[in-house]
Design a protein around this ligand. Structure first.
Ligand code: ACM
Ligand code: ZN
Length: 631
């Protein structure tokens, strides 16, 4: 089935919508009004004054997107101020069955999705297919992460080696490329894997995007995540194998400005994303050109040197009528005067930028990073650091922490799909859908209109699957870990715990209450229920009275990606007086080939005691434990 035919399916699936939901609700059909048997357009008033008056109190961008849709048995009528508003009315109509009236406008002007086509290349046809689905839920920005260490993905005429060399690598998957030493290859050679968008490809993408009222924002990453650029043009690195561009050399600015000139020629977007994240800056400290630049410009730190580069690039973009957009690291060393910040390391960077009177797009990892798995990690394809189910994405409120009176600086929200762990196009779709619909609704709907999302999105998602998208099947969702959902009842619940070795300050969970609070950890270690140790675990529980004890056990998390492993051994000691302890038993585990797992270390005990000392010996790096269960 062709992908656009899912719209037809959706028409058959939905009933009358409530207002302001990107996926309309199946609310009561008004029987007296009848079911429409036609999709005939009865009238269309775009840019007419009556509707302009109705929307006059809205911000200008909301006036542009607003619409009034009336569906009757005879057909439908639309009022809107712009063609975009009219387009959104049609998107709602496609998802609606039955009669009713919808007056609708967005909560935020920026409703984005980011696709990383560097780590694994995605071609023009794939991108166009996704644009259709994104538009159906009124996403209006597609941010393309076009360049990174793992491959440059855009034709640049003045720098042909960016695509003849830097777009091709040894290793089909990102993991293979890393394992084989991050080597690049010549286009057309037998070992070359990768690809890039030609300018003709981009023009085709942009033509479709324009028809779907989506702005495509190109990202040219600098000065970090640029190993592929230095590999192709060593004159822009501090050293030949630098991972960052050299801000000391004029050649760097020549290349960046030449590239951005071609990018601006191609993309009409007001915003040009320049990356700015995660630059290591190590080589800058010993590079004579970087040091000379810092001296000449009076820069006190490498952070200020990065800021010098970003500010210079901003002047260039502004001189060409464009705005600079960058990851929240561009705050470090001083934010450039007109920059817009994309907050990804939580919301703090975004909130700080708002305090400095800059515009912000929120995309915090805990809600917006769709590279995390969306269901039980034991059965999902490998993700990148964490668990982010649909409901959690949908629960995000980007305005929650924004200071009153500064809300206008919050442009909106974006979901990001980094591609290190996503080798195939099918897997990309699997990670996108249905979670992008949750991002879309966070961006479009007022919180009071977000009810019933699961049922609504489920129909939308089923229609996507029927139309040939490889979406995650929501009907098979398993949800959180059982111990997280139901809790754990046991003898030591609520009893005090003393720590011979403290927990790690980054993963305190609920502090000293964690291990006996009856709350099981979820699928991921960062969820505030797993306690983390960069040491052995050695704690003593006081049952506050002598009890018969038959069992002591604890579950440990193993997740080799972030360096979390199982303990070599667990020991349980008991005592009546808290001074004299006897070994009651122990449990061992040897995991030869560690994979994500949740392993119970259970120790049968036959003792009468008030105190229980629990020790776990680590094998390497981190230990994570959620509860010590006593029976
Ligand atoms: C990012 O995730 N490094 C922006
Ligand atoms: Zn340098």
């Amino acid at each position: 089935m062709k992908h656009w035919t899912f719209f037809l399916l959706l028409v058959l699936t939905f009933v009358v919508p409530a207002r302001a939901q990107v996926v309309p609700a199946p609310v009561q059909v008004d029987k007296s009004a009848g079911i429409p048997n036609t999709r005939k357009e009865l009238s269309r008033k775009v840019g007419k004054s009556a509707f302009a008056k109705k929307t006059a109190s809205l911000p200008a961008w909301a006036q542009e997107d607003a619409y009034l849709l009336t569906v009757t048995p005879k057909g439908y009528k639309v009022e809107a101020n712009t063609e975009t508003g009219y387009f959104y009315a049609l998107q709602t109509l496609k998802l609606m069955e039955g009669c009713g009236t919808v007056f609708d406008y967005p909560r935020f002007q920026y409703r984005g999705f980011m696709l990383d086509i560097s780590r694994h290349f995605r071609d023009k046809d794939f991108i166009i297919k996704q644009l259709e689905a994104l538009a159906s839920v009124k996403i209006n920005r597609l941010h393309l992460h076009l360049t990174d260490d793992a491959g440059w993905r855009l034709q640049i005429d003045q720098y042909p080696k960016l695509t003849s060399q830097a777009a091709w690598r040894v290793g089909t998957t990102w993991k293979e490329w890393v394992a084989q030493g991050q080597q690049y290859a010549q286009e057309g050679s037998p070992e070359a894997s990768g690809g890039y968008l030609t300018k003709a490809d981009v023009k085709e993408i942009l033509a479709v995007a324009e028809r779907l009222h989506i702005t495509v924002i190109p990202e040219i990453e600098m000065p970090g995540h640029s190993r592929e650029v230095v590999a192709a043009y060593p004159e822009v690195g501090c050293k030949e194998d630098s991972r960052e561009l050299c801000p000391g050399k004029e050649a760097t600015f020549t290349l960046l400005e030449d590239v951005l000139a071609e990018v601006m020629d191609l993309y009409p977007s007001e915003y040009i994303h320049i990356g700015g994240d995660e630059a290591g800056k190590q080589d800058w400290k010993s590079c004579p050109d970087c040091q000379a630049r810092m001296q000449a410009e009076g820069l006190a730190s490498v952070e200020e040197l990065q800021s010098y580069l970003i500010k210079r690039i901003e002047r260039y973009l502004n001189a060409h009528g464009r705005h600079l957009l960058g990851w929240d690291e561009i705050l470090e060393g001083g934010l450039s005067p007109n920059a817009t910040v994309m907050s990804w390391r939580g919301t703090q960077g975004g909130l700080e930028a708002i305090r400095q009177d800059h515009d912000v797009v929120m995309t915090p990892g805990n809600y917006c990073y769709l590279d995390k798995v969306q269901d039980c990690p034991l059965t999902e394809p490998e993700g990148f650091g964490g668990y982010l189910p649909l409901d959690v994405v949908h629960s995000y409120d980007p305005l929650a922490e924004v200071p009153a009176g500064k809300e206008y600086h919050l442009l909106g929200v974006q979901g990001n799909l980094w591609h290190e762990m996503i080798p195939t196009p099918e897997h990309t779709e699997y990670m996108m859908y249905p979670r992008v619909a949750a991002i879309a609704e966070v961006g479009w709907s007022q919180p009071e209109n977000k009810g019933g999302f699961r049922e609504r999105v489920s129909r939308w998602n089923d229609a996507l699957i029927a139309a040939g998208y490889h979406a995650f099947n929501l009907h098979e969702e398993r949800g959180e870990r059982e111990a997280w959902k139901t809790g754990i009842r046991h003898l030591a619940q609520g009893k005090p715990v003393s720590y011979t070795i403290p927990w790690h300050r980054s993963y305190p969970a609920a502090g000293s209450a964690t291990l006996t609070d009856g709350k099981g950890g979820g699928w991921t270690y960062g969820d505030g229920r797993w306690q983390g140790f960069l040491s052995n675990v050695d704690v003593t529980i006081d049952l506050e009275a002598e009890r018969e004890i038959h069992y002591v056990g604890a579950t440990f998390l193993c997740n080799p990606g972030p360096g979390i492993y199982l303990p070599k051994e667990v020991e349980v000691w008991t005592s009546i007086d808290g001074k004299d302890f006897k070994l009651a038993g122990h449990a061992l585990n040897e995991m030869k080939d560690p994979v994500i797992s949740y392993i119970l270390y259970g120790v049968p005990v036959d003792a009468r005691a008030r105190y229980i000392r629990f020790k776990a010996t680590r094998s390497r790096e981190w230990l994570f434990v959620d509860e010590i269960v006593v029976k």
